[in-house]
Write a protein that binds this ligand. Structure first.
Ligand SMILES: Cc1ncc(COP(=O)(O)O)c(/C=N\OC[C@@H]2NC(=O)[C@H](CON)NC2=O)c1O
Length: 425
């Protein structure tokens, strides 16, 4: 097993100055995370010098892998001209044109620095447009750190409202929870709040529920309800936009009123975007005096993120999307076969396009205690030179070739054997 001494020492220093030594819950790992020294293409090298294949790619944001030369050049050239200004730049206009060209429902767009902010502004825009207070979201779905959405966002699927600690009733009372992929159940809940709903917020391929796609019947039911009651349908595609050239809900044959984007659209630089119907986006328009919904942010549309975005979208051609979606299907099939051949069963591999998520059984360890089999698998993969999320999330990047999928499969086989040895026989 590769040394992690340098990571342990860095974490000791980190704990002295940060809660748990951590700035981002999803990156935390006990007893300590592995610290990265640098990444290149499909690989990352840690501070102890160990190289691994990176199939997590920073929670799938790095669709072109690490330090892609075109993106590095775009970032460096932009930074050399100044990293941010109190005035707009041409790259903001060019990126807005490139992004809105990807889907005919993207009539107007507005930039933020994170997906969380974009979700927040989409919900606020829907409330300002409809002057209604309530937001409906899918039980279990994650939409970032905005408190109105940090309710029932842990993948549990329970319709019982449970909010992140400290969220006041004044916030959680305005968030309505609907079941996922249950058209009748969702319409029953929505019908009880019809006149008070500003928006229905969905992720068409929700991570925490297991990366299972929204069904056509479910999307049709929500679309129909929104049309009937003038409710804004918001598709949060921070993670799922990458499954098709126009995004996820378009791939599934439906259209949202607003779409929230992030991650891959800037290929590794901080980014978020709200895009959609011109009449809803008009709440942000300051040209008629003060806008109904003012929205600022020190780095909104900063030229470095905009330049990285132009480079990322230019690299995300239809051929490249088809290629990584093909590799994604191959990696999901390989994992299913390996788990079937090398473990006692109870595993599922879900995902669309270049995304995957491995779900495992509630297992018992050799010591008779319950174990999180997916966590065991992700740790075993780290020992065999591959990084995926500790919840089983991962993806293929455009920096990958079939040889990388072969190397992944070899490591996955060894990791599956390790997991089997850890489980009660
Ligand atoms: C659908 C969706 N909406 C909003 C966000 C927030 O964007 P951000 O502020 O740019 O991080 C995100 C951001 N990150 O998703 C991370 C992803 N989502 C998850 O639910 C899990 C986190 O749980 N361990 N693992 C992950 O890596 C998102 O996926």
């Amino acid at each position: 097993t590769a040394s992690t001494v340098a990571s342990a020492e860095l974490n000791r220093r980190a704990r002295a100055v940060m809660p748990g030594g951590n700035s981002r819950t999803a990156v935390y790992s006990s007893p300590y995370p592995i610290y990265v020294r640098y990444g290149h293409g499909a690989r990352v090298v840690d501070v102890d010098g160990t190289e691994r294949l990176d199939f997590l790619n920073n929670s799938t944001a790095l669709i072109h892998g690490h330090a892609h030369p075109t993106i590095v050049r775009a970032v460096a050239e932009a930074a050399a001209r100044g990293t941010s200004f109190g005035m707009p730049t041409e790259t903001e206009v060019a990126f807005a044109e490139a992004l809105t060209a990807r889907n005919e429902t993207f009539e107007h767009v507005r930039f933020t620095s994170t997906g969380t902010e974009a979700v927040m502004m989409a919900v606020q825009a829907a409330r300002a447009h409809t002057l209604r207070p309530k937001l409906a979201k899918i039980a279990g779905a994650y939409h970032g750190a905005y408190d109105a959405t940090a309710i029932n966002n842990d993948g549990s699927g329970s319709l019982i409202t449970h909010a992140t600690l400290g969220i006041p009733a004044g916030v959680s009372d305005n968030t309505v929870i609907i079941p996922f992929n249950d058209p009748e159940g969702a319409l029953e809940v929505l019908g009880r709040h019809a006149g008070e709903l500003a928006a229905i917020l969905i992720d068409p391929l929700p991570w925490r529920i297991g990366l299972v796609p929204a069904s056509a019947e479910y999307l049709a039911a929500l679309r129909g309800f929104c049309d009937e009651h003038d409710v804004v349908l918001i598709s949060d595609e921070v993670g799922s936009f990458r499954i098709g050239m126009g995004g996820a809900i378009a791939e599934f044959g439906y259209a949202a009123d607003l779409t929230v984007l992030g991650k891959v659209i800037a290929g590794g630089m901080p980014i978020g975007a709200v895009t959609g119907r011109r009449d809803v986006m008009a709440v942000f328009d300051p040209s008629a005096g003060s806008p109904p919904l003012p929205h600022s942010g020190s780095y909104n549309a900063n030229p470095v993120s905009m330049s990285a975005g132009l480079a990322s979208l230019a690299l995300l051609t239809s051929d490249e999307m088809d290629r990584i979606n093909g590799l994604g299907a191959d990696v999901r099939d390989r994992m299913r076969q390996i788990l079937a051949d090398h473990t006692p069963g109870g595993w599922t591999v879900n995902g669309n396009g270049s995304l995957f998520r491995v779900l495992g059984p509630n297992a018992t360890g050799a010591d008779g205690r319950p174990v999180n089999a997916v966590n065991l698998l992700s740790r075993a993969l780290l020992r065999h030179g591959v990084h995926i999320g500790d919840s089983g999330l991962g993806c293929v990047s455009t920096a990958m070739e079939p040889d990388d999928v072969d190397a992944f499969a070899r490591a996955f086989t060894a990791a599956a054997d390790d997991v089997r040895a850890c489980l009660a026989q």
